[in-house]
Design a protein around this ligand. Sequence first.
Ligand SMILES: Cc1cc2nc3c(=O)[nH]c(=O)nc-3n(C[C@H](O)[C@H](O)[C@H](O)COP(=O)(O)O)c2cc1C
Length: 224
Amino acid sequence: MPGLSEEDVDPDPISQFLSWYEYAPGDAVALVTASPQGLPSGRVVLLKGVDKSGFVFFTNYGSPKARDLAANPRAALLFFWPPDRQVRVSGWVAKVGRAESERYWRTRPRPSQLSAWASRQSEVIESRAVLEERIVELEGRFPDEVPCPPFWGGYRLIPTSVEFWHHREDRLHDRLLYERTQEGWALKRLSPLHPRLDPRTTPAPGPPGHCQNRPEPRVKVRQS
Ligand SMILES: Cc1cc2nc3c(=O)[nH]c(=O)nc-3n(C[C@H](O)[C@H](O)[C@H](O)COP(=O)(O)O)c2cc1C
């Protein structure tokens, strides 16, 4: 299986990303944010745009992820494209301009637009019926065009580092890391596995009976 070589990858990580993204099975990506206290939080979003300026996704500006980003405008994106590719991106996040959010909003189907209005994302609701009643109300409120809610829009993650991981035989995986510098992008090769963390060679440190890196023994359940 061909891997990744410094000679073959594009000097620009976004171009390299696009050459992989063309073959990606979908546009779902894990977005990881952190609260001001450093509490990490991950969830899946849909990648709706990627170009030289960064990676764009859309969400509710009142959601927990938006609160994290307001306080700590840094985030990571994690793509896993089975069976053999992973891309890790990290960088700074900024809201996209209103016009860009509204442009994308207009491409969304009406039911998705109404759902965005109906949902106070991640707040507890009494029941599904409450949500469905809101949709009926909103149908009446917006009989024609549904405007873009002021509490909804996009974010752009502007990458400072992008790592491409490609599976290779015997865990000698390829990992190429692009890091943003004053001059442009610096490319480095990363080791796939620290020898001390290789479960084949070294037992993991940890409390007695606990092993982080070896597979857990299969638990036998006694039938009484
Ligand atoms: C496949 C998939 C795609 C999703 N896409 C989005 C999205 O584009 N934007 C969004 O706000 N939430 C999306 N979600 C829901 C989020 O994972 C999450 O439940 C929601 O954004 C609330 O996150 P928060 O409470 O951390 O803010 C998606 C979930 C899945 C499983």
